[in-house]
Design a protein around this ligand. Structure first.
Ligand code: PLP
Length: 379
């Protein structure tokens, strides 16, 4: 399959990410099917098929589709009755912490480790109090957290573990999906993610019972026609979105291979530049290359991250400072004791050094060369 031809190429500007739309003519038969079915939402045939295909593809037992990743996170916390305090990372997209706020849970920020910028397991125990009920780590950029260590701590203290796996679609460690770890994992299928249903998300769980519970939660709490067990929300994925997802599934392996090629090219072109570091692959992990972050050490690079960011902007290249500011520095959370920068030195430093360079399926080689030459020549 020739992805270059399939995807529309818009040369300017170059943004950090662009969705790769599947061919329109291939979407038409799906629409015809939906029109024939006259079933638009509420666990329709497309929805059921997508759950099946995703479970097979990802290598997980049970998956419940959601209308977006944020509602999936909020519902995952509900499904496990999480209350009190939850330990989480400040180095993520703001929705991670917002999901706690919507459940009236107090976020407790713990610092990240410097190698992959994920929650630092060695700092978790010191943050546990009698009110702690769960840990909410993020597989940032799709690099798996230290899941064995986190599970060990959770087991010892009787805590639940919910992974925000929004960046970890298809990521496997020794052939096993990272989504099989923890009590629940949450995916996002937003248009900017590796796999998309335009807006969408999912919860991965490990038992039939839990899947039923989660499926009820996203449908107002209905167990059957006459019984509402709990105050659920409306977070259902509709048939058009499911159909879009089914069509994406046909292309997903090609999408990920293309992302891998772009990543390799970036690494080749940027290696050896003093003051530029990128996160390396581990041999036993298969990645989906959702982001290409670099870390800029101002002292040895000679310019700051923000100077490079501005220079790229002037060239119509819109890299993004993911994640800056830290979630803990946003207004709703900055007054929390654990939000203090002294509590989060590694995350604070990373947020000032990180820059995610553009990566999307139809980003062409010439543009990658151009981006890298700007990174080199700014010196
Ligand atoms: C995208 C994202 C979310 C939110 O997902 P939506 O589908 O946009 O609601 C949550 N957490 C992380 C880490 C994300 O990147």
């Amino acid at each position: 399959m020739n992805i270059e031809v399939q995807c529309m190429t818009n040369k300017t500007p170059i943004t950090v990410t662009k969705p790769c739309l599947p061919p329109l003519d291939e979407f038409v038969p799906y629409l015809q099917q939906i029109w024939d079915n006259k079933w638009l939402t509420n666990n329709g045939p497309m929805h059921q098929q997508l759950e099946q295909e995703l479970a097979n593809y990802l290598g997980v037992k049970h998956i419940s589709l959601f209308s977006n990743g944020t509602l999936a996170l909020i519902s995952a916390l509900q499904a496990l009755n999480i209350t009190g305090e939850v330990i989480t990372t400040p180095f993520s997209f703001v929705a991670t912490t917002h999901s706690l706020w919507w459940n009236k849970i107090t976020p407790v920020f713990v610092d990240i480790e410097p190698e992959y910028l994920n929650l630092d397991p060695d700092k978790i125990e010191a943050a546990i109090t009698p009110r702690t009920t769960a840990i909410l780590p993020v597989h940032v950029y799709g690099n798996p957290c230290q899941m064995d260590k986190i599970q060990q701590i959770a087991g010892k203290h009787g805590l639940k573990v919910i992974y925000d796996a929004a960046h970890a679609f298809g990521v496997k460690e020794n052939g096993v999906s990272v989504l099989n770890y923890g009590d629940l994992s949450v995916l996002s299928f937003h248009a900017t993610k590796v796999f998309s249903t335009i807006e969408g998300g999912a919860i991965i769980c490990h038992s039939e019972e839990m899947k039923h519970h989660i499926d009820n939660l996203k449908n107002f709490g209905f167990r059957d026609e006459t019984i509402v067990e709990e105050p659920g929300i409306n977070a259902k994925l509709n048939e058009l979105q499911a159909a879009y997802g089914l069509l994406q599934m046909k292309y997903i392996d090609g999408f990920i291979s293309k992302r891998k090629l772009i990543t390799k090219l970036y690494r080749n072109l940027l290696k050896g530049i003093s003051g530029i570091r990128f996160l390396n692959d581990k041999v036993d992990i298969s990645y989906s290359y959702s982001y290409f972050p670099i870390l800029i050490d101002e002292e040895s690079y000679g310019k700051s991250r923000d100077e490079l960011y501005e220079k790229l902007r002037k060239n119509n290249i819109f890299a993004r400072r993911y994640f800056y500011p830290l979630i803990s520095n946003f207004e709703p959370y900055s007054k929390l004791l654990t939000a203090a920068p002294q509590n989060l030195p590694v995350a604070t430093k990373a947020s000032l050094q990180v820059l995610c360079l553009p990566i999307y399926v139809d980003l062409n080689e010439v543009d990658v060369y151009r981006i890298c030459s700007i990174v080199k020549n700014i010196l």
